[in-house]
Write a protein that binds this ligand. Sequence first.
Ligand SMILES: Nc1ncnc2c1ncn2[C@@H]1O[C@H](COP(=O)(O)OP(=O)(O)OP(=O)(O)O)[C@@H](O)[C@H]1O
Length: 242
Amino acid sequence: MNILEVNHISKKAGRRTLVNDISFTVGEGDVCGFIGPNGAGKTTLIRMMTGLIRPDNGTIRLNGFDIRRDRIQAMNGAGAIVESPIFFPYMSGRDNLLNLAKLHADLPKDKRAARVEEVLGIVGLDGRGGDKVRTYSLGMKQRLGIAQALLGNPRLILLDEPANGLDPMGIRELRRLISELNEKHGITFFVSSHLLDELQRVCTRFVMIREGRLLWQGSREEWQRAAGERSLEDYFVEMMTS
Ligand SMILES: Nc1ncnc2c1ncn2[C@@H]1O[C@H](COP(=O)(O)OP(=O)(O)OP(=O)(O)O)[C@@H](O)[C@H]1O
């Protein structure tokens, strides 16, 4: 089953076309890398996928629900970090999550605290849940962001440039967390990134865009067949410049 379907999506800002008739699908259980150079339209597309902005044309379905017509149901099964997650720095990670848990109508009041402990444990922040967020490293803030995305028990998580600004250790932890959530909890991921090497290690599928247009989509195996001996990075640069 396709957990994410993007059908003929276009978006203009004034006369400028930011996204031009893009279609692709992501199957349940995939970790899909979303690749494109700066300004390709990745953030614009992810913002449309989460219903933050409206496309001019086309439809987007999350878990089978149209994000425009049935946003609540569509986002019910999805979690997202689109801009850097914003937390109150003077509150603990745990209290931030308890606060955000109130937004999940399907999480009853008496289950909130247990769910918060559970997601803190999943992202490896259980030992630091009581510390104020301002004492967290960027990597810990990213993990707290993922914990927030996990609160509603999503089947799909969308991440826009989650590795931005992270050091190599932070990137490795993030990669491990994505793999673990995918393998142990069956969560599908759609992750935009410039870090091709990182994506190559974790992704089962790729969607590539340039100047608002779809350039390539396919599985890791198809990608490897096409790239041959070349590294993902070399092949990417070749496709982007051809
Ligand atoms: N509201 C807007 N009005 C005009 N132009 C915009 C608007 N939003 C985005 N753009 C432009 O659209 C293009 C695509 O932007 P977008 O942020 O989606 O790209 P991106 O692929 O996420 O890039 P990056 O990797 O640099 O974050 C950019 O050239 C950007 O300047």
